[in-house]
Design a protein around this ligand. Structure first.
Ligand code: BTN
Length: 326
């Protein structure tokens, strides 16, 4: 899109850039440059124009667009990214694309979701301004059993991205919530599609919701959720963070099946579940136990008061001391 290309030129230049130069670089008319600048101003970009000098970018809004992502990712990568303003759920759109056979690595992003979905059929609060809502298509090789742990690998990949861009180390609550100050800053879902009757995985849709720059949450989430910005006192470029998440997930795709030890070690280091009392939730059933360790396949080993032990491989746990649980 023309305005994405124009913003990229203005962002790379420190000073003024003439309309003539932009039109030549992009092979478009001066009128097209003018209307792109107008469209950008309407979106919140502050662009000064001076006679005989051209255009200069003064400030820009925190939006996630292909133009912004192109600052951090090569164009061949952003060709597989779609940015929406308001949609039901990035998972739903990506699932439709996956069913039509879109390539591995396809990403769908939204500024706002009106039917954001969490795990276990919960809704995922996804208002505009401040959050990242994205889904990415992965096609890891392996059986369902082998692939179940990818959800933990993704938690490591996203926490690496947050650490790199925001310089803050998030903890991981089993199995893949990211946590700061005992509250949730990121939820991750993984949806598997199987090949016919076989136990082979056709594709995975991972949905990632990160609280980045929000300064407040609804009353019912105050004890449970926070944002990276609320904890650090800084604001971040969401586009830069999305780009880094994409890079880390691309790396994960390549490393899947070969770097298990590295991911496992980091998963254990970041874990905030071990050593705490917890409740293992299965439907309406809750069992109080103690989180002993993460086993070699990312399972959670839980011990119970009757002396028994089990390894939880899927489902939900509530950890005492996190998210306001007592
Ligand atoms: C959870 O913590 O329960 C998982 C939350 C996953 C939320 C993300 S936001 C982007 C993607 N689209 C959705 O509807 N859900 C996931």
């Amino acid at each position: 899109m023309t305005k994405d290309a124009v913003i990229q030129i203005l962002k790379t230049e420190q000073g003024y850039v003439s309309g003539e130069r932009i039109s030549q670089e992009l092979g478009i008319s001066r009128a097209a440059v003018n209307s792109a600048v107008k469209a950008l101003r309407d979106k919140g970009y502050e662009i000064d124009s001076a006679t005989n000098k051209g255009y200069k970018l003064i400030s820009y809004p925190d939006i996630i667009s292909i133009g912004e992502l192109n600052m951090y990712l090569p164009k061949e990568r952003t060709a597989k990214v779609l940015c929406f303003d308001r949609i039901s759920s990035t998972n739903d759109i990506l699932r439709e694309m996956a069913q039509k056979g879109v390539d591995e690595g396809q990403v769908v992003i939204a500024e706002e979701q009106y039917m954001g979905k969490g795990r276990e059929n919960r809704t995922f609060h996804s208002p505009r301004n401040g959050g990242i809502y994205m889904s990415m298509l992965l096609k890891p090789k392996g059986s369902v059993l082998e692939t179940i742990s990818i959800t933990a690998w993704i938690a490591v990949a996203v926490s690496r991205a947050i650490e790199k861009v925001c310089n803050i180390k998030a903890g991981i609550k089993w199995v893949n919530d990211l946590v700061l100050n005992k509250k949730k800053i990121c939820g991750i879902s993984t949806e598997l599609s199987l090949m016919g009757e076989s136990a082979k995985v056709e594709y995975i849709i991972t949905g990632i919701g990160i609280n980045v720059n929000q300064s407040s949450f609804p009353v019912e989430l105050k004890e449970v959720a926070t944002s990276i910005s609320e904890v650090s006192g800084c604001r971040y470029s969401r586009a830069e963070l999305v780009a880094e998440v994409i890079k880390q997930l691309d790396c994960l795709s390549q490393e899947w099946g070969t770097k298990k030890d590295e991911y496992l070690q980091e998963y254990r280091q970041r874990n905030v579940t071990i050593g705490n009392e917890l409740r293992v939730i299965r439907g309406n059933d809750e069992r109080v136990g103690f989180a002993e360790e993460i086993d070699d396949d990312f399972g959670l080993v839980v011990s119970y008061a009757d002396g028994s032990k089990e390894t939880v491989r899927s489902g939900e746990v509530r950890v005492r001391g996190l998210y306001g649980y007592v």
